[in-house]
Design a protein around this ligand. Structure first.
Ligand code: AMP
Ligand code: GLY
Length: 400
């Protein structure tokens, strides 16, 4: 099969790596890709948010499947445009992607489908959470424990210029649940955890994610299946009933509260950086699973998962998340790979034949191990072999 991956981050590099392991793959293309992906695929200079370039590209390449990484092109309708041209795609159409694109839509679906979530509050009073309705690249949520935080959150939400709502503040451990969906059937993927804050001990600013691990110590495989049944299956049914079937990966961000699991949000795509620790654990054929979803026939597909654990550490630029860094040379990637780690490129470029920084989150270093502790030690050992001026990373990823 010929496959085109849309996107340019660490998640897409991990997808490229996993798809390249499939015996069914004949050609791998990426748009736009990155220097890490370029070692596995032919990269094409089409932006992920430019359907006017992507649709003709997929057509010209005669690809059998397009795999869309980021949410913005899905919410904007890229999958619909591809399907109209007869091109098979793993990713929901614009209407089903509203499960991520609109919090109001997601709340409505959850209510009708009976999925437990945070209560919407009529009156804003701390503690509470202010949430912008639309896509805000992770910057549309304000957790407010004090009146000052609430005042600031309400001001910031108004400044975004889109509708917002206020909901109860939930406490507990957060986990990321994923299911590959063909519109009707949900095939569970391993559970993962994301470390969202910039500093150790979950302190400091929110980021796109500073690391991830899979599995999560306290959740057994049957717990994970139950969480998929609770959070994903009812949504899939409801969207099917609304005649906007969800094809792609349905990602539920859950809080495990003292009163039971609650859904915080849905995403209509793979998590970043969860994917970088999730996919290396798959022993089955990811391409078969994604192509089956796109064809509406994932029932009966199985995706064996390794008993090994995976830990992925994000190496970020000095001023991330405020600012990224461009053009700083990176050393030691091959040493880290020689130590047995997978190094996924998230924000890199090639300049004068050298790999340099090009973004906020620069690299993701993933290692497998017999336990989270051994995977963590291997990931940090490999990360220590990499260096660039200003490199920063959390030291407590997967530290139970
Ligand atoms: P979201 O984009 O909805 O996942 O929110 C981003 C982050 O804000 C989540 O990962 C949580 O850490 C936090 N968050 C969102 N909603 C709530 C809530 N109701 N209670 C507590 N924390 C929340
Ligand atoms: N890691 C969270 C996300 O991808 O939204």
């Amino acid at each position: 099969m010929k496959v085109l991956i849309v996107g340019s981050g660490g998640r897409e590099h991990a997808l490229a790596w996993a798809l390249a392991r499939s015996g069914r793959l004949s050609e791998l293309h990426a748009a736009p890709g990155n220097p890490g992906i370029a070692a596995l695929a032919t990269c094409h200079p089409a932006r992920a948010d430019d359907p006017a370039s992507l649709v003709p590209l997929a057509h010209e390449l005669r690809v059998d499947l397009v795999v869309v990484g980021p949410e913005a092109p899905l919410v904007a309708g890229l999958a619909d445009e591809l399907r109209h041209r007869g091109i098979s795609v793993f990713g929901p159409g614009a209407q089903a992607a509203q499960i991520e694109g609109s919090k109001a839509f997601a709340k409505d679906v959850m209510e009708v489908a009976g999925v437990p979530t945070a209560r919407t509050l009529a009156i804003a009073r701390p503690p509470c959470v202010v949430k912008a309705d639309g896509l805000a690249a992770g910057k549309g949520v304000w957790v407010c424990r004090t009146q000052e935080e609430l005042d600031a959150g309400l001001l910031a939400a108004e400044a975004l210029g889109q509708p917002f709502h206020v909901e109860e503040l939930l406490e507990g451990e957060e986990v990321s649940i994923f299911a590959l969906c063909d519109g009707v059937t949900a095939l569970p993927l391993p559970v993962a955890q994301d470390y969202k804050r910039i500093e150790d001990n979950d302190e400091g600013a929110n980021t796109g994610g500073m690391g991830s691990c899979s599995p999560v110590p306290r959740l057994s495989d049957s717990d994970v299946s139950e969480l998929v049944e609770l959070a994903c299956t009812p949504v899939l049914r409801e969207l099917e009933q609304r005649r906007i079937p969800f094809v792609g990966v349905l990602f539920a961000g859950l809080m495990l509260t003292a009163d039971g699991p609650r859904v915080l949000e849905y995403n209509c795509r793979f998590g970043d950086p969860e994917t970088q620790s999730l996919l290396p654990r798959l022993e089955g054929d990811l391409l078969e699973a994604l192509a089956s979803c796109a064809a509406g026939s994932v029932a009966g597909v199985s995706l064996p998962v390794s008993a090994q654990a995976a830990v992925s550490v994000v190496l970020a630029a000095r001023d991330y998340p405020e600012r990224g860094d461009v053009g700083t040379p990176i050393e030691g990637i091959t040493d880290a790979e020689a130590a047995g780690a997978l190094v996924f490129h998230a924000g890199t470029a090639v300049r004068d034949g050298r790999i340099v920084t090009n973004g906020g989150r620069i690299l993701n270093v993933t290692a497998l191990g017999d336990s989270l502790a051994t995977a963590r030690a291997a990931a940090y050992d490999a990360a220590s072999r990499i260096d660039f001026a200003g490199m920063k990373f959390r030291r407590d990823i997967a530290h139970a």
